[in-house]
Design a protein around this ligand. Sequence first.
Ligand SMILES: Cc1cc2nc3c(=O)[nH]c(=O)nc-3n(C[C@H](O)[C@H](O)[C@H](O)COP(=O)(O)O)c2cc1C
Length: 429
Amino acid sequence: MSIGRQRQNAIYSAGVFGRTPAVPTDFAELERRAKKAMGQRAWAYIGGGAGEGTTMEANRAAFDRWSIVPRVLRDVSQRNLSVELFGKTLAAPVLFSPVGAGELAQRDSDLLIGAAAAELGVPYILSNQGCSPMEETAAAMEAVREGAPRWFQLYWSTDDALVESLVRRAEECGADALVVTLDTTMLGWRPQDLNLGSLPFARGEGIAQYTSDPRFQQIVTERVAESAGTQAGPRPRVTAAAVAALVSMARHLPGGTWANLRSPIPRASVETFLDIYSRPSLNWDDIAGLCARTSLPVVLKGILHPDDARRAVDLGVDGILVSNHGGRQIDRSVASLDALVDIVDAVRGRAKVLLDSGIRTGADAYIALALGADAVCIGRPHMYGLAIAGQTGAREAVANIIAELDLTLGLSGQTDVADLTREMLRRRD
Ligand SMILES: Cc1cc2nc3c(=O)[nH]c(=O)nc-3n(C[C@H](O)[C@H](O)[C@H](O)COP(=O)(O)O)c2cc1C
């Protein structure tokens, strides 16, 4: 039986016994329930966006400009959703987008999301701002499915040796691709977080890839040694919030919380991270160098202009992820979907093209695939599922999108995601 019907049957059969799905099957209710399940800081960081939120709105409005034109009487009993990406066959053209500081929604977020993705046979792109070291997330995924597809997303630090170390670790823990995020050389202007004065990383949340890294540990140790004996200005006033932040930092570092509380390392780790996590001088030469140095396929995330896509492909990158970071970086940015067609035309099949930002349903995924994406990535929906029901919630949120994609494929007269083209859509002006 097809993926879509299996999912419907599972839900309706459980319904006979009075059980309803772990997470709502429509996005509006999913979001509403997730907001209720999260604390204020978590909601600000996860649900929030840049500026006045117009890019998030634009991401959704872009989908509203397209309609699917169904065809009938075509025997759609057998359907294929699987695709091949970088040497692995995926159950569906869907990935879990990288998400940092996911523990705001649920402790052990990366282990749970990774396991959810492995259950579905689709990749989780492990974030550079993950809450568990990538090796532990990879192991959690392996425990569910041998060879579970996983990619690693890199933020380019000011310390080249740290970048090198992260890339080597990604290669060693079985990543199938390296995704370099280009749109976050600085953090965007995020009023929801700013109004609360809340940055998860400043409390040690979402810096596990760093604190588990030998090169990062070396930098921190050197900085602590250098500052030993030097009095760094007046001591800050001790407030309840400051104590909570210190405890949070201590809890997030390897080793015991009590021992960490007496050590200068946790605070130094957070300060070091804030100093070196991203490099605004990143340029095309860095990417060329990376392509030459890594054995992994390189995917550039955050491309929105066809000239950038063309240049990336000329340089030899293997994939482009068309993304505006879910509207979290630039307010009034072009919507990802609006940028897609020109980029697909510029790339002309020379690299894989993926899209994220604003995908909420299977019908959205269908439209992106028909406009030329090879696969789509899902961000907030899986985080919302996680917040509501942990691993089950993350899995179901994405399983629902895949199920609807399968049903939409068949109901529109198509049998293979690879066959979707622009002719299956009409633009609504
Ligand atoms: C809470 C949260 C954390 C994120 N962290 C990262 C990250 O660490 N690295 C990254 O490349 N993108 C990050 N993103 C962006 C996602 O990878 C993705 O581009 C975006 O969420 C897709 O849009 P959507 O949420 O509308 O589906 C994050 C997004 C959210 C919501």
